[in-house]
Design a protein around this ligand. Structure first.
Ligand SMILES: O=C(O)COP(=O)(O)O
Ligand SMILES: [Mg+2]
Length: 215
């Protein structure tokens, strides 16, 4: 049996809000616009960088600006691991799953270059057999093809896969792909986004729930 766990990144594996916040506030300051509170930024994470910058500019009454998005993406990619760390219990979880023979992949709406650099900087890159970023394929979460393409790149099969994420986009992508999903209760999305999916309160709860879902 070739069991595979597909993880979301922001709010699931890593606590990345501080670096996203810092980068976004640098962009806003460069445009002469007011920054945001941490809860406001967390509420804008989940749909990728284009959506993030669009929401931020809209909140300040500004139209979308492609050059601003490019500047944000470059700034954030360079700074992605300044303050970002794995959530408590994640390194141990990845060790445990690897020891149990799980293969692991990442399916994130973060741009692939920033996601790869972040996992490299945190020493986690070699844990994952594939990474599907927000710009790796023509579509991204909540489109199930993002998850299915990541699974295919990892050599995994729907029947032996579990998705773990903290946003409705993760739950919807998994549902559309026919993959069971576990909601990361420690992440950025309100629990209501689980929409009936089992909720793990902490990373250490995952192996038991994952095994039960694939039993
Ligand atoms: O970049 C985002 O907006 C969200 O990224 P995630 O899919 O890893 O949570
Ligand atoms: Mg997330």
């Amino acid at each position: 049996m070739n069991r595979i766990a597909v993880f979301d990144l922001d709010g699931t594996l890593v606590d990345s809000a501080a670096d996203i916040h810092a980068s976004l506030d640098r962009l806003m300051a460069s445009l002469g616009l007011a920054g945001f509170t941490r809860p406001e930024v967390i509420g804008m994470i989940g749909d990728g960088v284009r959506a993030l910058v669009t929401k931020a500019l809209t909140a300040r009454g500004q139209p979308f600006d492609e050059a601003a998005l490019d500047r944000f993406t470059a700034d954030y990619t360079a700074a992605a691991s300044d303050q970002t760390r794995p959530f408590d219990g994640i390194p141990e979880l990845l060790d445990e799953l690897a020891a149990e023979g799980w293969r692991m992949a990442v399916c994130t709406n973060k741009p692939e270059e920033a996601a790869r650099k972040l996992l490299d900087d945190l020493g986690l890159a070699d844990r994952f057999v594939a990474l599907g970023g927000g710009d790796s394929f023509p579509v991204r979460k909540p489109d199930p093809q993002h998850l299915l393409a990541t699974l295919a790149a990892a050599g995994g099969e729907v029947a032996h896969a579990v998705m773990i994420g903290d946003h409705r986009n993760d739950v919807q992508a998994a549902e559309g792909a026919g993959v069971p999903c576990i909601f990361a209760g420690w992440g950025y999305g309100p629990i209501a986004m689980a929409n009936g999916a089992p909720v793990a309160a902490r990373p250490g709860d995952l192996p038991g729930i994952m095994a039960a879902l694939l039993a």
